[in-house]
Design a protein around this ligand. Structure first.
Ligand code: HAM
Length: 424
């Protein structure tokens, strides 16, 4: 019997949860400033949704999907990413029948059956945005700006922003013929995987980490040098806008991404400092044909997703801490006997209207209670002992100022609340 969490998954609590919530909170603020609305899609979809969009020849569809049959024998898949689900939802709910572009954001767990390593999990958390209904290069710049700004807002300084264009279907077809012709004579020098990629999806060869394959590719034609004039112009405008926004980026002609749906602009944010097998913190790009291919109208689109787990790893590594918002004071009620429980309940039901409050359900040693409260960031301890109980009063210990007050609970409630607010 195995009662542990499945390999490649994690329970999230304590500090890590604080980091995750902080990243979600900061991103929500930015999404609002950029006018993106949230969209929540199911965690699983019929398998065709991902097979048709991500592409049959990709690693994700070939090897990494959590696919199973439900009780009626229908094939369903835990979402490996968010874009395909968003596109499905936009088509199904006709969300395109309004002012375009449609700008949405999403967050949640994604699932990929990969070999787990630091920064690579089987269940991981993503935050993403998708914009559907515009091919304006200004939107590409906005989406890249947003991804970049999110990381700088979190406190990152030295991330690499890599940009490339993989062309439209027309220029990519011409390029593919050129690339195949250049690689074919030396195909035997490539690894087995790349030899297969050559047949099914040659661009993926650029993603190979094998040093011999990288070397073989050095003088091969690059897509960025073989774009049609309209793709070139589009990329030129995108990079021009990014320069205007003073965003540092690097044009990376060998950048490719692991999904078949991309066209035109693609980008990735990476860190040389990330102490993990994978260095991409986020990435995205255009997918101008996907909505049409999935049965919707022809809507050009672009988006990105960031990996929250990897972002947390790097934040911790670089000593970047979540900036906690000033919260309302935290009050801990330490009662010295269970007999005072109904007095405690009175206090809780009044004070919880104003403050974060808790009480000691178990330990009854006052020294231990105070130490515990200090360790857990409480601002005040209210002590209820024999004397306090009898007199209907409270002893308040200010843990920040090391001061103590005695007040009547019956007659001085307002004074107590002001005191706990820190106003007295
Ligand atoms: P992706 O590059 O596959 O893109 O994933 C985005 C980010 O999710 C990665 O940069 C990485 O930080 C994180 N990530 C991916 N796989 C794992 C894993 N196994 N463990 C931990 N983190 C991981 C997409 O998912 C596209 N849907 C992005 C997009 C949106 N393109 C257009 N719109």
């Amino acid at each position: 019997m195995n009662l542990n969490s499945p390999r490649g998954t994690a329970d999230v609590f304590g500090r890590d949860l604080e980091y995750r919530n902080y990243i979600i909170g900061e991103s929500r603020k930015l999404f609002k400033l950029f006018n993106y609305e949230q969209l929540i899609t199911p965690t699983f979809e019929y398998s065709e949704v991902f097979q048709r969009s991500i592409g049959q020849s990709t690693d994700i569809v070939q090897k990494e999907m959590y696919t199973f049959e439900d009780k009626k024998g229908r094939s369903v898949t835990l979402r490996p990413e968010g874009t395909a689900s968003v596109v499905r939802a936009v088509i199904e709910n006709k969300l395109y029948a309004q002012n375009l572009p449609l700008k949405v954001f999403y967050k949640g767990s994604m699932f990929r059956y990969e070999r787990p390593q630091k920064g690579r999990m089987r269940e991981f958390y993503q935050l993403g945005v998708e914009v559907l209904g515009s091919d304006n290069p200004l939107i590409d710049a906005e989406v890249i700006w947003l991804a970049n700004l999110l990381f700088s807002q979190l406190g990152f300084k030295d991330l690499n922003l890599l940009i490339n264009s993989i062309g439209c279907l027309d220029c990519r077809l011409d390029y593919m013929n050129l690339f195949r012709a250049a690689v074919k004579p030396k195909l035997k020098n490539f690894c087995k995987d790349c030899q297969q990629r050559f047949e099914k999806n040659p661009l993926r060869i650029f993603d190979c980490k094998n040093s011999q394959c990288i070397e073989q590719l050095e003088n091969s034609p690059k897509i960025a040098d073989n774009l049609c004039s309209s793709c070139q112009e589009h990329l030129g405008k995108v990079t021009g806008y990014l320069e205007q926004l003073n965003i540092n980026f690097k044009l990376e002609p060998t950048l490719v991404r692991g999904f078949d749906y991309y066209t035109g602009t693609i980008f990735e944010l990476t860190s040389g400092q990330l102490d993990s097998a994978q260095n991409a913190l986020g990435g995205g790009g255009r997918y101008d044909n996907l909505v049409g291919q999935m049965g919707g109208p022809n809507l050009p689109a672009i988006g990105f997703a960031i990996g929250v787990d990897r972002t947390i790893i790097l934040m911790k590594q670089l000593g970047i801490k979540p900036v906690l918002q000033k919260q309302s004071p935290k009050i801990y009620i330490a009662a010295m006997s269970d007999e005072f429980s109904s007095f405690v309940l009175n206090l809780l039901s009044c004070l919880r209207n104003y403050f974060t409050c808790d009480t000691n359900f178990n330990i009854k040693n006052i020294g231990k209670e105070i130490k515990w409260a200090q360790k857990n960031d409480f601002d005040f301890v209210i002590i209820i002992g024999e004397e306090e109980f009898r007199q209907n009063q409270v002893t308040i210990k200010d843990l920040r100022k090391y001061q103590q007050y005695e007040c009547s609970w019956k007659d001085e409630k307002e004074k107590i609340i002001e005191l706990l607010r820190g106003n007295k």
